[in-house]
Design a protein around this ligand. Sequence first.
Ligand code: KG4
Ligand code: ZN
Length: 353
Amino acid sequence: GDDLLVLGIETSCDDTAAAVVRSNGDILGQVVSSQADLLAQFGGVAPKMAEEAHAKVIDQVVQQALEEANVKEGDLSAVAVTIGPGLSLCLRVGVSKARKIARNFCLPFVGVHHMEAHALVARLMEKDLQFPFLALLISGGHNLLILAHDLGHYVQLGTTIDDAVGEAYDKVARWLGLDIRKGGGPALEALALEGNADAIKFSIPMKQHKDCNFSYAGLKTQVRLSIQSHKINSAIPISSVNPQERSLRADIAASFQRVAVSHLEERCERAIEWALEIEPTIKCLVVSGGVASNKYVRARLDRLVGRNGLKLVCPPPSLCTDNGVMVAWTGLEHYRLGRFDDPPPADEPEDTV
Ligand code: KG4
Ligand code: ZN
């Protein structure tokens, strides 16, 4: 029948996630186990360590999602898993698990592109979001502006030529001595609320490039130089500096954030222009990926999109950051159009992926 149930598994970066989604968009079970605090202690994502962390919790995360959903593997219509982009050691943990379930229960298997999942999850929450639409995807590893013509038909209008915006948030948070155990982005967003965004003059990247690409490496350097010239010692946590130094750090955070978002705005404005020329029926800009959970980012993009006569579609924060729901949903969208692999053969060895 039409009532599909799909399990989605995500292990591409530092979250181990699984979810069960129904074709009407109901999220039946959803579990995310984050390793951000573990990785923060070691100064970033160490692939081997991240792989071990995924391997340790994957069985439990999947089982818990199925239990929450009150669904047995045999009730599933298909199993979906992120196959890239991401750290291959990490991806493999999720792919092995998904193939094992698909093999044991003879289920169709859907390999999912992580960034496509960030974009398509918007269609789960916004039932009447039709193709074509424009999407800005902003995460730790990627920045993309995509014109989504149809399921599986995407045109890239812009990408990052160096660092993604989330990576810049993470680095600046570290340099400002923030507690990044729950991620650098949220910590920086919180500190920026205390600061004056006009205090320090950073310049907007790539103003002279009239395209839709992104660059955050230069802005990172501007911030690093400012931090040095103000003699900020990154090793001293923000919790132990005096009020004056705290307000200086907050000013840097707010000034960085303002310019980082101005760059997003500027690229989006041009992308809207380009996209409407190609597809005049576009009505929505989807904004998704971890950085899209930032309230300041959402507010500014909402105003920009409004000025251009479009509607902003931004998933709730739990669906913007990495999660299993987006993978299950994207798998479901492909599955119902017949785009999936047959169940893996019963004699497939467990370590072939
Ligand atoms: O999509 P995501 O969860 O994982 C990747 O695919 O990379 O995005 C993670 C990124 C990190 O850089 C994190 O610092 C950033 O999203 N992020 C934020 C916020 N929440 C997460 N950046 C700014 N403000 C936030 N509130
Ligand atoms: Zn992501």
